[in-house]
Design a protein around this ligand. Sequence first.
Ligand code: UDP
Length: 311
Amino acid sequence: MNKKILISGGAGFIGSHLCDFFINNGDIVWCIDNFITSNKKNIEHLLKDKNFIFIEEDITTINEDKIDEKFDYVLHFASPASPIDYLKYPIETLKVNSIGTEKMLNIALKSNSTFLFSSTSEVYGDPLVSTQDEQYWGNVNPIGVRSVYDEGKRFGEALIMAYHRKFKLNTKIIRIFNTYGPRMRLNDGRVIPNFIYNALNNKPLPIYGDGKQTRSFCYIDDLIEGIVKVLEVDYNLPINLGNPEEFTIIELAEKIEKIFGKKLGTQYKEPMPDDPKKRKPDINLAKKLLNWEPKISLEEGLKKTIEYYII
Ligand code: UDP
């Protein structure tokens, strides 16, 4: 049976890959986006599809009454997500994760849809434990510059659990760890697009801080597979989605150099404020509930991503 799906932030990096997935599956996709940090190019190929309905609007000011459809799924992916984006749009980030989440929840409530929220590993802040499972409450600076994103997502999670408990709405929360792949903006400031941009321009790779901080990078196709599985499972508490293979930023720079096959060198810069020193998901819950784990290695994923920017 074909499904009807509403995706906020559907023109963004992850949102547009979700639109593709559901359109290719024969479903009907309603996509809302205001292009604050996304790109029309990501959905251009879908605009002519009769199953794809696009609404250019800010979900924090949208009139929910205008959207009177019966959706099977409401997926809330609208939000600036890279540190430089949410530092540039602090108020918008807080609003889209609070007011925007409330509006999307109300749309889901009208037609008793399954609701899914794209939360983040940032809810764990600068973690004091080396692998973060869903039980960990986090170590977040509530007034730091990153708090607009961290606390925005934490508020979103709280609001969703309140709707779940009060209205019995079938809600899902995924905590997405660093994800990469085609369609990330090369200037979005995140480490993988930044390194690719610099490598393409034969410039040294900028490393913020000492480069010993760690991240675990998940390729977009693996993430999309996980998200789709979450929608079908009978579970309403947060689920970590990410790739548990952990690398220091120095190791990532070395991989990029190796793939490009040229000596680029590194340039050390000031650390980002409140930059988490380590990040590695515990995905045992996702493995057990969804029978899912990432399959694409960092090297393979980087090669696919680089191809997208070269062609
Ligand atoms: N980083 C870096 N060089 C860059 C961009 C980022 O060293 O050009 C570092 C950043 O300080 C952080 C890590 O790489 O420690 C991942 O940053 P990103 O912005 O990709 O995502 P985050 O995990 O911080 O949200």
